[in-house]
Design a protein around this ligand. Structure first.
Ligand SMILES: CC(C)(COP(=O)(O)OP(=O)(O)OC[C@H]1O[C@@H](n2cnc3c(N)ncnc32)[C@H](O)[C@@H]1OP(=O)(O)O)[C@@H](O)C(=O)NCCC(=O)NCCS
Length: 184
C-alpha cells in the first residue's frame, strides 16, 4: 500500500517528509535499521542481527509492501535520511483479519519532535480504511515510557503483560506490555 507524500514541521522547525519508501531509499532504510538497533534496548534486534538486510532484499521488501493489500510502511525523511519508520500489517486469514499490528522506531536524534505521532496517525488511517479491521495491536518493553505515552495519546490501552519477554545480552529480563486500540 502506498500513501500520499506530505511535508510537516518538526517541533524544532525543520521540515520533514512523510511518504512510502521508494527503491532509491533502500540504502537509507538499511542505515536506519542498523542505527536504530544500536541506540536503544527497546528495539527487538541488535545491530549485528541486521546483516540480513542487504540492498537487494531491502528493494524487494519495499516493492512487496508497496504492492501489498495487507501491509504498509510509512517513512519520515529529514536531512535527506530515513529517520523514522512505522509499519502496519494484518493477516488475510478469516479468523484474524480483524486485527492489525503496528511497529515503529525513530532515530534517537529525532525523538520528541512529533514524528512518532505523525507516523502513527498515518498508519492508523490505513487501518481505518479497511472495514475488516476492528483493532490495532502492539507491544512495548517495560520502561519505554516515551512509547507508552505516545501509544496512550493515540488511544491504545494496556491489555496484558508477557513476563520476561525480552532478555538483554547482559541477562536482564524485561516484561512486555500488550496494547490494543479499538477502531470500530
Ligand atoms: C517511542 C518513539 C517511537 C516515539 O516517537 P517520537 O517521535 O519520539 O514521539 P513524539 O515526539 O511524537 O511523541 C512522544 C510523546 O512522548 C512524550 N514523552 C517523551 N518522553 C517521555 C517520558 N519519559 N515519559 C512520558 N512521556 C514522554 C512526549 O512529550 C510526547 O508527547 P506530546 O506529543 O504529548 O508532547 C521513539 O521515541 C522511538 O523510536 N524510540 C525508540 C524505539 C522504540 O522505542 N520504538 C517503539 C518500540 S515499542
Amino acid at each position: 500500500m502506498v500513501i500520499d507524500k506530505f511535508n510537516f514541521k518538526l517541533k524544532d522547525g525543520r521540515i520533514a517528509t512523510v511518504c512510502s519508501p521508494e527503491e532509491k531509499d533502500a540504502q537509507n532504510m538499511i542505515d536506519y535499521l542498523y542505527k536504530s538497533a544500536g541506540e536503544t534496548e527497546f528495539i527487538i534486534r541488535y545491530p549485528e542481527e541486521c546483516s540480513k538486510y542487504t540492498l537487494e532484499k531491502e528493494i524487494e521488501f519495499i516493492n512487496r509492501v508497496n504492492n501489498s493489500d495487507n501491509e504498509a510502511v510509512v517513512v519520515c525523511i529529514a536531512d535527506e535520511k530515513v529517520v523514522g519508520v512505522c509499519g502496519i500489517s494484518w493477516s488475510n486469514n478469516l479468523k484474524t483479519k480483524h486485527r492489525a499490528r503496528i511497529g515503529i522506531a525513530i532515530l534517537k536524534e529525532f525523538w520528541n519532535q512529533g514524528i512518532g505521532t505523525v507516523l502513527m496517525k498515518e498508519a492508523i488511517k490505513i487501518a481505518e480504511k479497511n472495514k475488516d479491521i476492528i483493532q490495532i495491536e502492539l507491544d512495548f518493553v517495560e520502561g519505554n515510557e516515551r512509547a507508552k505515552a505516545l501509544y496512550e495519546k493515540m488511544g491504545f490501552k494496556i491489555v496484558g503483560i508477557k513476563p520476561n519477554a525480552i532478555r538483554l545480552k547482559n541477562g536482564t529480563l524485561l516484561n512486555e506490555y500488550s496494547m490494543i486500540k479499538e477502531i470500530r
